[in-house]
Design a protein around this ligand. Structure first.
Ligand SMILES: [Zn+2]
Length: 388
């Protein structure tokens, strides 16, 4: 499948790389200050104020958070942990139990989980004696939604999964009367994915599916802005990027999980899921010229935990995704060669070409800002959706 390396968007455009991290102008919304520092580095520094990493300060924040969570729980559980079998969520679950929390682990099974990842979830929940709730998506319907995103020619092909995870987590929290949802996502270790690469929104999914899907959404756990506002302001459920609250070192965490839970490695960020592996490692790289590693490696560079030269060397060769995976993915999605060729060759589009909830969200920007100040919404969400 060579020859697709298009980056059609970038033809005749000089690459400008940030003077601090390795993000560049393949990100359409990026801007640079007079020192050549990119807007994502600025956002990173802003977020650090909310999640201080200085020894002492960080521990204090952690202690306060655990205290709040423990006091919020009235039932069998006091926290939800979304699990994928990957290192971040597995370690989050371990750390939650270690801190004395009573988690309910929730797994969204989208039909693409690698066998190793599913085994990891089983091993860790069993050893920690944590209940696991698995939501299995209706495969026929989900497959059609995934196909619609490919046909729409947008890079955000993991949105059907990410949105459903959010919906399933909120629903489980509301049902069990739990106020906190912990995730393993961290801007510190993996950066912030640009909006133009991965825009998440229920109205967007609905519009893409209306135009490119073949059925009506019936069972898929769609979540819209109204529901998110309901869970946030009425039910007061908050999503916490938990790994920002302690000194999280991915390599050390992997070692620890291997030694203590017989956890197995799968290689690559988000590679615990075959579709994500293909999406980030092959599809968006070859069709759009988006290299997700630039995002994830920029996190550690900003924290001084990785050298820029080391990261640049790492991205100098294409992501290690075997080409057979493309054939496997297409077979599973029932997309034939001709259709796939068309998908790869059609013009690249963005979320801006579709109806989204962004205009509505912008109207409520000030409310979201207040909610961030009051600790109801994570500032990570604010920084992702609003440009300032
Ligand atoms: Zn930067």
């Amino acid at each position: 499948m060579k020859g697709y390396i298009s980056s059609k968007v970038l033809e005749n455009k000089k690459t400008i790389v940030c003077s601090r991290c390795i993000l560049d102008n393949t990100v359409s919304e990026i801007s640079f200050d007079e020192n050549g520092v990119c807007s994502f580095c600025v956002k990173h520094d802003k977020l650090l104020k909310y999640y201080p990493q200085e020894d002492g300060k960080r521990e204090e924040k952690f202690k306060n958070l655990i205290y709040k969570i423990k006091n919020s729980g009235k039932g069998k559980y006091d926290v939800i942990v979304g699990v994928s079998g990957g290192v971040d969520s597995s370690f989050t679950l371990h750390k939650a139990v270690e801190a004395g929390l009573k988690p309910l682990a929730v797994y969204f099974d989208n039909g693409w989980g690698a066998e190793i990842a599913v085994k990891n979830i089983q091993k860790i929940t069993k050893k920690l004696n944590v209940d696991l709730f698995t939501f299995v998506v209706d495969w026929e319907e989900f497959k059609d939604i995934q196909r619609a995103f490919l046909k729409a020619s947008v890079p955000c092909i993991d949105i059907p999964t990410d949105l459903a995870i959010s919906s399933v987590l909120y629903k489980a929290a509301a049902k069990e009367n739990i106020k906190y949802i912990l995730s393993g996502a961290s801007f510190i270790t993996e950066g912030t994915v640009p909006k133009s690469w991965s825009f998440i929104d229920g109205a967007y999914l609905r519009n893409v599916y209306k135009l490119y899907g073949s059925k009506k959404i019936k069972k898929y756990p769609l979540i819209d802005l109204k529901s998110i506002f309901y869970y946030t302001f009425i039910k007061k459920i908050i999503q916490i990027p938990f790994t920002n609250y302690f000194n999280y070192d991915k390599k050390e965490a992997k070692k620890f999980l291997k030694n203590n839970y017989e956890w197995e490695d799968y290689g690559g960020h988000h590679y615990e899921n075959i579709y994500s592996k293909w999406g980030f490692g092959w599809y968006t790289y070859n069709k759009f010229g988006f290299d997700k590693r630039k995002v994830s490696l920029s996190g550690p560079i900003r924290m001084g935990k990785m050298k820029k030269s080391e990261a640049l060397k790492e991205i100098s060769s294409p992501p290690a995704v075997k080409k057979e995976i493309t054939a496997f993915v297409m077979k599973k999605l029932e997309i034939n060669n001709e259709e796939f060729k068309k998908i790869m060759e059609q013009k690249c589009r963005s979320y801006k070409d579709f109806k989204t909830g962004l205009d509505a969200l912008n109207k409520f920007k000030f409310i979201v800002k207040i909610a961030v100040k009051k600790g109801l919404i994570s500032p990570v969400v604010y920084e992702k959706f609003f440009d300032e």
